[in-house]
Design a protein around this ligand. Sequence first.
Ligand code: ATP
Ligand code: MG
Length: 285
Amino acid sequence: MNRLKIAIQKSGRLSENSHRLLEECGIKFSNGTSVLKTSARNFPVDILFLRDDDIPQYVEQQVADIGILGENMVFEKNKDVEVLEQLGFAACRLSLAIPREDVFAGPEYFNNRKIATSYPRLLSQYLSENNITAQIEEISGSVEIAPGIGLADAVCDIVSSGSTLLTNGLREVITILKSQAVIIGNKNLDDEKRSILEKFLFRIRSVKKSRENKYILLNAPEKAIGEICKILPGMKSPTILPLVEKGWCSLHSVVREDDFWERIDQLKAAGAEGILVIPIEKMII
Ligand code: ATP
Ligand code: MG
């Protein structure tokens, strides 16, 4: 039987979240540190553990059918693959950074300077779009130390909090690209693999939805229910159950977590009590 081959990062910033995503999709596999390939026990997929840099090429060549990696790497490698789904983790950006004490008046700063990066393609694209002539020094890791050791004047590197730049005396001045983890796929999958992929993507979307939403229960006087429904957006059809105490009821619904926090004081002011917000394990829509 055909099995879908999924490439994930062997070890690094994407591996933990990639494992968790597969597990939350109900895909069970053993995870030896030294193995390069394993088969899921309960779903027709094989998992390959690779360096993230190699995943676009392997997916293009169908060594793997699909892969999980950062958009930054997908765009840098520019292989003939399709992006199937954004995954909402590993948020980061590709930015230019310069020595903290340097004056920065705009992209012209980089004219005739040397920039260290692991992203030569994206950087040279940015430079040519902005008519800047700079020298690109390609290095594979620890880019942020390049100015300190005299290898380059500036860097173009992945940033999330910016603390690594700060500790190396650098300051972020331009963001070239925003990135998050995505699933990419080979463009020529046969029907059987497509059908496994569709099932897998369906599970992923359910997991993503459940992460974004919470189940809410609260008690309120019956007369406050209209007002409370107005405060909680997206609550199309809440369940309302009578409480033993006369004139009171319990309201159950699903809300987006990010909307909810904004409105908690309004809910209390409207008369809501005993508010419970509970994580949702899976959300099938
Ligand atoms: P490999 O050995 O597999 O080549 P690597 O050292 O090149 O690993 P990591 O540092 O593990 O790569 O980063 C993998 C991906 O995680 C990056 O391409 C990016 O999408 C994302 N990423 C990198 N740094 C951060 C960060 N600080 N915060 C969030 N995501 C990040
Ligand atoms: Mg890498």
